[in-house]
Design a protein around this ligand. Sequence first.
Ligand code: HMG
Length: 396
Amino acid sequence: MKGRITVPVGIERISFYTPRYMLPLRELATARGADYDKYRIGIGQEIMAVAPPDEDVVTMAASAAIPMQEDFQAVELVLFATESSIDQSKSAGLFVHGLLGLPQRCRVVELKQACYSATLALRIALQTVAANPKAKVLVLASDIARYELGSPAEPTQGAGAIAMLVSATPRLVTFDPAAGIHAEDAMDFWRPNYREEAVVEGKTSTRLYLHALQKTWEHFHEQTGCLLADFDYCCFHTPFTNMAAKAYQILQKIQPPETPKPDENSFAQRVEPSLQYNRITGNTYSASLYECLACLLDQAPNDLTDRRISFFSYGSGCTAEFFSGTILPGYKQHLCTDQHREVLEERTPLTVRQYEDVFNLAVPHDGWDYTFGQYRTGPFRFAGVSGHKRIYARNE
Ligand code: HMG
């Protein structure tokens, strides 16, 4: 197959976590005087995850990594991708390192570039393992998407984390070396240090996303000669599922004219199976593309063995990457499908009033000590602040 040089490193396990609370967007539409079809069809979202005050990027990432605990002693590098950073100096990865009891012979760092950083983390992980096949790398991507209450972006909020174990004994996916890349200094979405909510130029951001997709595709196509028809499935960074639909349309449009027309169901077959989790969690920023991969692996109706997947990663500001990979034989035995079903099904729905109360209970910035009330979380919780230190606890 064109452009395909399989390297013997890749993803061994992938696991997703999302908070135990959610808001059905039908309720939000009623409260905001919006037509629910705008959210459900126009944007393509039905439910958004809501993180309670004692859940943050650390607790979500640590919870996501729990299914990999048998491999923790082999982890030599932790890469933590987030744009919901909790400290200007210390990596959120070190809090996770402590909570999970990871080895001290380990490197730990946090990476930031909007929703893109998990893709660079994955690339660094693949290179690290290729250079030292005994090492395993824990890639964590964890974010809470917050926009202003009542803003057009509000129904695209969400929260969640992905953990990926990258090793020289991949069980799920290997990646091809070629990548189409793009960077440009733009202001489509950003969050100044003094704000809890992102600032976004919504229409500019969707245009830039599609422009970056086109640029990365051109670069990828130049290197590999691949066409869209060479891929069985397409995973996109998904801020809301209709964005993935727009992305797929653009990819179809920019194929050479002699390319055979894909059949009418091609979006349903190639993209839709990766979108089911996103539709009911909302945007998980850095985790979003890999949440789509986890969803595809769990939910695709057909056997994915040897199926070729394209990936598009986008981070506002902006950087983007188009790359590809292949699903490995036996992948089904190494999935966390049951945990994902449980975490998605056993969520507590909030009323709009409860969601707004939780939204407004931001971590205080006054430097005083606080103990937080206990909400439902996964195995870990952010218990409070003492002497300017964040205190985490393990739930019994
Ligand atoms: P808006 O401007 O209020 O929405 O917010 P709209 O008026 O454009 O409507 C949205 C869609 O709903 C349209 O469809 C309407 O036609 C349709 P489209 O033309 O787009 O196909 N619609 C309806 N459909 C059915 N029944 C109805 C109805 N009414 C309207 N009654 C916007 C949309 C995306 C601007 C807003 O949600 C927003 O600002 N979101 C946040 C920014 C964002 O997610 N951008 C995406 C690209 S940037 C990115 O992905 C990076 C990011 O993840 C951050 C990072 O990198 O860190 C955000």
